[in-house]
Design a binder for this molecule. Sequence first.
Ligand code: FAD
Length: 301
Amino acid sequence: MLISLPKVRGIYRYNVPMSKMTWLNVGGQADVLFKPRDIEDLVCFIKNTELPINVIGATSNIIVRDSGIRGITVKLGKEFAYIKCKGNNSIIAGGAALLSNLAYFAEKQQISGLEFLVGIPGTVGGGIEMNAGAYGSDIASVVQSIKAVNLEDGNLYEFSSKEMGYVYRGHNLKGQWIFVEAEFKGVSSEHEIILSRLKEVIDKKNKSQPVKGKTAGCMFKNPKDYQAWKLIDESGCRGLNNGGAKISKKHCNFLLNYNNATASDLENLGNKVRDAVKDKFNVELEWEIRVLGGGFYSRIS
Ligand SMILES: Cc1cc2nc3c(=O)[nH]c(=O)nc-3n(C[C@H](O)[C@H](O)[C@H](O)COP(=O)(O)OP(=O)(O)OC[C@H]3O[C@@H](n4cnc5c(N)ncnc54)[C@H](O)[C@@H]3O)c2cc1C
């Protein structure tokens, strides 16, 4: 297929195998991967294309389907990975900055409150989209404002945390967005205290989750009044396989590519688990992992 693309200052790559890029190591090709040089380049690109656009971050919460991703896949690169101090316990970070780097940067500035981010292997942009969280904190509790480019009109907007309408693992902003920058705020503290919290988070994670596996974090959101892992466990799904996909024995809300799984092995196994929980408890589990591909604008949210 011949695609006509606008002239940009960033980089286009064609037929990019997503299996080499995603945490789960699965997924067909992205037709075009676009890494914009800066916000203006991204704005100009969106204003000059009619092609469907998806966005990926560190891909730690995504299954890309075996059929790949049609149209354009935007990935913010190193130009968006900056983290800087704003003063008054505030930090500005680009959409591609890693959440773990943000946590370590905050420690250096003696700013506390962002320690929970150290165990989440995503980017600022992905974290904002997912309202990523752990151990009682989430992005909503530390983010002040967000700069975002709208995928329909290509304009740059700024939102307060309140305007985002944050909910558990999501938000209520209408439309399709690329989050390009955010301001975070913590409270003043001391190195020793923050370092010991960082260590506590890392230790807890290592003990309870298969953090070294090919995974995408929690498969399903916790339904109201339930813990997803308990429902999955009590439905007999701990350690269940499908092709090369497996439910982790260590944390049964984690899906693993343990033996050359395909994306459909993983997605089908997740659906089997969801059906088993529905049969046993009459509770509908909702995917936390996002599925990309298999058509235009196929985001599951
Ligand atoms: C080992 C492991 C542990 C994890 N632990 C946790 C945890 O404790 N808590 C938790 O909440 N999550 C956890 N996760 C899941 C994941 O790390 C988070 O959801 C993270 O926020 C995803 O960020 P990402 O950059 O990888 O986004 P991706 O996985 O690339 O994308 C996720 C979603 O965000 C969208 N997106 C990505 N970047 C942008 C952007 N710039 N603008 C707009 N939308 C964007 C994508 O379109 C997609 O819908 C874990 C994952 C793994 C592999």
